[in-house]
Design a binder for this molecule. Structure first.
Ligand code: AMP
Ligand code: MG
Length: 504
């Protein structure tokens, strides 16, 4: 397929806008004043069939600053509700996001959404804006997640302005354009259940099944066809996808920060980057969101919270299924699906051919020493790849820091390494092969808070160079790049003072 060089030649197809009016409000974006393009992402552009040269046109800036409509699009704000921090919060959004339209790409459709383009009927007390700081973080994080191979929404463009936005201090406005096959959330379902509208709930469920889970229509052999069947299979499919997503997050030390049900994608994508964080020093109870005082969304709580959120989704589907036991049965695949995905990922990270009985204890031993010494999450796994199966093998080249160097209690690290070496010797994989395999799954670069902070500071000075350099390593975080050593280092001392909260 030939790539389009102008936005007019994109092929649009607005399926969400074809749903009944109750699902959204038609709203036009409120443009940013004197907007400038901070960054545009050619990888995301290719997904919608847009050529790189289109990204530097005035038209591109006009559309993604909210100044001009997307040709062929139908701008709207979708409505959803949700549970925030475990409490039913009623109707929530889209308070500051606007669906511009859906574009047919070379291998699938993508919805294009502006985040920060002004108020909507669902803005409640909010101003409908997003600040540059959080927009840079979302832009970078979604591409970093994609680079790590973890399902996520994507980012197409980042536009900024000097328009003031009041948060804890006065900041400036920005709009990030996100892309996803769908932005439907668990909270979209909870919305219609809470409004006691089983008719609209069914419209939504049918829409999601027909477009994204068509396999749920087929009755498995030996099962009786029931009206509830497709909805139960939808719940099971979302449960599996969400479980796999949690395994992905846990395996890279990612904390979402605000796992409210309105931030849970029905497609199992990482959605709504706010006070997220990739851990530096490992703390199993790490809380990345300064506003999360109780630690509800701490790193080690994420899988259980996801399961809790799936229970809320199941509750929302009850009017369609009318069978609580059947819903519980569909949710029961969470734990095995999570453990299977988690063990597969962790076996690969540890360089094992496959997960074996006893590996849980070995892994827990690693988590325990890492937690005790706050050893760097990313570098611990990366340097494990350099460990030779035979302790007497060649010493590391001078100047090369080792796994043990990440630990204060070296004795504990060495004791754990001895057990680890026993395990890899039993596997019998040649060191070089294991090292190469481990380096393909243990990133060298992640979007550490201080790296995002440096990119934000530069963007505030209208310098997009730091975003460029960061994206270069984050797109392929496994391959070491000469000249980019600083991006792989431990965080500087000032990094610990960075605070991220819900305010964005
Ligand atoms: P979040 O915690 O970012 O997922 O936001 C929760 C809800 O509040 C979502 O429905 C957002 O659309 C809405 N929201 C957050 N910030 C704003 C804002 N500045 N203006 C309007 N709505 C907002
Ligand atoms: Mg949200």
């Amino acid at each position: 397929m030939k790539l389009a060089s102008t936005l007019d030649s994109l092929r649009t197809d607005n399926s969400f806008a074809a749903l009944p009016d109750a699902f959204y409000s038609r709203v036009s974006p409120q443009p940013l004043g004197d907007p400038w393009l901070v960054h545009a992402n050619p990888d995301a552009a290719a997904l919608i069939g847009l050529a790189p040269e289109a990204l530097s046109t005035p038209e591109f800036l006009a559309v993604f600053s909210g100044t001009r409509p997307l040709p062929g699009g139908t701008p709207l704000a979708a409505v959803y509700s949700g549970h925030q921090f475990g409490v039913w919060a009623g109707q929530l959004g889209d308070g500051r996001a606007l669906l511009l339209g859906e574009v047919q790409g070379p291998s699938g459709n993508w919805e294009l959404q502006l985040k920060g383009s002004g108020t909507t009927p669902y803005s409640r007390m909010g101003d409908g804006r997003a600040v540059l700081r959080s927009s840079v973080r979302e832009y970078l994080a979604s591409e970093a997640m994609h680079g790590l191979g973890i399902p996520t929404t994507r980012a197409l463009a980042l536009v900024a302005s000097d328009d003031p936005v009041i948060r804890e201090t006065v900041e400036t406005a920005a709009i990030v354009t996100r892309m996803s096959p769908s932005f439907v959330r668990f909270g979209s379902f909870e919305h219609w259940a809470s409004r006691q509208r089983p008719d609209l709930l069914q419209v939504l469920a049918d829409y999601v099944i027909d477009r994204f889970y068509p396999e749920c229509r087929a009755t498995p052999a030996g099962e009786a066809e029931t009206q509830a069947g497709p909805y139960l299979r939808l719940l099971a499919a979302v449960t599996r996808k969400t479980a796999e997503l949690m395994a992905g997050w846990q395996s890279v030390g990612f904390c979402h920060g605000v796992m409210n049900t309105d931030n849970m994608s029905i497609l199992g994508l990482t959605l709504d980057y706010g006070p997220f964080g990739f851990m530096d020093g490992f703390d199993a109870h790490h809380i990345c969101n300064h506003s999360d005082t109780a630690g509800r969304y701490a790193w080690d709580a994420q899988p259980a919270v996801a399961h809790w959120n799936l229970y809320r989704l199941a509750g929302a589907l009850l009017p369609l299924v009318q069978d609580e036991a059947a819903l519980r049965a569909a949710l029961a695949c969470f734990e095995p699906a999570f453990l299977d995905a988690y063990h597969r990922r962790m076996a690969a990270k540890l360089g094992f051919r496959q997960w074996q009985p006893g590996d849980e204890e070995l892994l827990n031993g690693l988590w325990s020493i890492m937690h005790h010494d706050r050893a760097d999450f990313t570098l611990s796994f990366r340097r494990l790849g350099e460990v030779a199966a035979d302790a007497g093998a060649a010493a590391p080249a001078p100047g090369n820091e080792t796994f043990e160097d990440l630990f204060i209690d070296r004795e504990a690290a060495r004791a754990w390494l001895a057990r680890y070496r026993d395990r890899i010797r039993r596997d019998g994989r040649p060191d070089a092969e294991r090292r190469a395999a481990m380096h393909r799954v243990n990133p060298l670069y992640v979007l550490r808070n201080h790296l995002a902070e440096l990119a934000i500071r530069a963007a505030k000075e209208r310098d997009p160079g730091e975003i460029d350099r960061l994206l270069a390593v984050l797109r392929d975080p496994y391959t070491e790049r000469p000249g980019y050593e600083a991006y792989a280092r431990l965080p500087p001392d000032w990094a610990s003072s960075i605070q991220v909260s819900c305010s964005s």
